[in-house]
Unconditional design. Structure first.
Length: 260
């Protein structure tokens, strides 16, 4: 499907947060292959530079922007730079997020605030920054990355799931608010994606980590790991003309863990 003409993103600029690795990197690479210019935004400057260099080496257009989605001025600067160099932002993928574990009784105020600020406030700040361009152009695609955990729940994850549930609520509200301007706002709820960061986390947990992953796969209809490129393909669908009749929706991509 991704090679069909309607999935092409020629003439579009995509601003992708958390694009220095994982789902964000896979999405940046795929969108570039489909003709989009890419703003690789990540607080890991070296990761952003690496992905940008790889896209350019493959013949694509990209610029790297190191920054934190919690900093509204940094976000605005990056969006303005995209406008100056690529003519504006047509697609926003709010992917940046963190997923630390903590029980409710051990969780500090600082831990709660950090997760909510990155995972939810960051989505707000980036959306607010790109919206004026999209409103003026009367077109745009905003894609917010949530999590399958909002459907199934998980222990020691209350801050994370609260933030990702908020992302879906924000998606629905923004779809209503921006629909008159032909701006589409949708969300994706990925399952347990096998990113490099997840591999390191599982390895650090040893046998317990392996058992946790095995338990997740056992609950899935499709008994395999999900790869970042598969979530990127869902994002491409939402960014392309193929999804023009959809807004305010949440697409679940979890190999059949949550069925709804």
């Amino acid at each position: 499907m991704v090679n069909q003409p309607l999935c092409r993103l020629d003439g579009k600029t995509a601003f992708i947060t958390g694009a220095g690795a994982g789902i964000g990197e896979a999405t940046a690479r795929l969108f570039a292959q489909q003709g989009a210019s890419i703003v690789v935004f990540d607080r890991d400057g070296s990761g952003a530079e690496s992905v940008t260099a790889a896209i350019r080496a493959s013949g694509g257009r990209a610029l790297s922007a190191a920054g934190d989605v919690r900093d509204s001025e940094v976000v605005k600067t990056a969006v303005n730079r995209a406008g100056a160099e690529f003519g504006g932002v047509h697609i926003l993928v709010n992917n940046a997020g963190v997923y630390p574990r903590s029980s409710l009784m051990e969780m500090t105020d600082e831990q709660w605030n950090e997760v909510l600020d990155i995972n939810l406030k960051g989505v707000f700040l980036c959306s607010r920054a790109v919206a004026p361009q999209m409103i003026q152009r009367r077109e745009g695609k905003i894609i917010n990355i949530s999590s399958v955990n909002i459907h199934v729940g998980a222990p020691n994850f209350s801050h994370y799931i609260a933030s990702k549930g908020g992302v879906v609520g924000f998606t629905r509200a923004l779809a209503r608010e921006l629909g008159d301007y032909n701006i589409h706002v949708n969300a994706v709820t990925p399952g347990a994606v096998q990113t490099e960061a997840e591999k390191r986390l599982v390895a650090a947990q040893g046998k317990a980590g392996d058992e946790a992953v095995a338990a997740i796969v056992a609950r899935q209809c499709l008994k395999r790991r999900i790869q970042p490129a598969e979530i990127a393909a869902v994002c491409l669908f939402l960014a392309s003309d193929l999804s023009d009749s959809m807004t305010g929706q949440t697409l679940n991509a979890d190999c059949g863990n949550a069925l709804y």
